[in-house]
Design a protein around this ligand. Structure first.
Ligand code: BTN
Length: 240
């Protein structure tokens, strides 16, 4: 099938959350590859229950509905395909060197420029991506000013959202069709090989990230030499 990603779209001036709107549409039978894009989000959602700042004209806020031809247990891998697609698109259009931080944050100059939130709605997957395009530090909420960035702030380039959208969807489509992207992900993920701090709900511990398994689980060797499996839904990771 060709060019399924984005062949149908709902383009909204404003949405509470494009992920939420995509879930509702998926429930009503939205086709494989349908996208929801909003100029601004009033209740943008991030991973681990966090909010995602999404002011008007500042970024690309998009969610795609995917009905993959793979078992449901493999759906979480879609967020890794999106990370690769977004990294390529951002690098190509901004000229910046983009790093993928496990599981699917994209960093530029050590600042987060892209976040990805994958969810399920029945048998559909909803993959939301937020790309910070135009913010300056003061445009972010105070608690994010040291850690968040945008392509313009960090590369000086004004990346057109429609070109970024097309590049990103093409890269996603290619990877989802081939369904063979985890080696590419491992090679591109800057967390692999790094000393990390794993912040779980109750505890925090340090170790060496040694790899990512076929399910996208991060493998971290702790100080006692035990390789522990770290699941994306539960933790945040810092390099130490
Ligand atoms: C993260 O916490 O890193 C994930 C952020 C995901 C943000 C995007 S913006 C488009 C889509 N709609 C949402 O409400 N969230 C995602």
């Amino acid at each position: 099938m060709e060019n399924w990603a984005g062949h149908v779209s709902r383009r909204l001036k404003e949405a509470d959350s494009t992920n939420k709107q995509a879930r509702l549409w998926a429930r009503e039978g939205a086709p494989h590859g349908a996208i929801v894009i909003a100029g601004r989000q009033t209740a943008g959602r991030g991973r681990l229950g966090r909010a995602w700042a999404s002011e008007g004209g500042m970024g690309l806020w998009l969610s795609i509905i995917i009905r993959p031809q793979v078992p449901i247990a493999s759906y979480p891998l879609l967020s890794f395909a999106m990370a690769l697609a977004a990294a390529d698109a951002c690098a190509a259009l901004s000229g910046g060197e983009i790093y993928i931080k496990w599981p699917n944050d994209l960093l530029l100059c050590g600042r987060k420029i892209v976040g990805i939130l994958a969810e399920m709605e029945g048998t559909a997957a909803i993959v939301g991506v937020g790309v910070n395009l135009r913010q300056q530090a003061e445009d972010f909420p105070p608690e994010l000013r040291e850690t968040a960035g945008s392509l313009r702030m960090l590369t000086g380039r004004d990346v057109p959202p429609d070109a970024l959208e097309r590049a990103l969807l093409d890269g996603l489509e290619r990877r989802v069709d081939a369904w063979d992207f985890m080696d590419e992900y491992r090679a591109r993920c800057s967390t692999v090989g790094a000393q990390v701090r794993v912040i779980e709900q109750e505890t925090t511990w340090d170790g060496l990230a040694t790899g990512v398994d076929a399910d996208g689980v991060l493998l971290v060797r702790d100080d006692a030499g035990t390789v522990r499996r770290v699941l994306a839904g539960d933790v945040s990771i810092r390099k130490v």
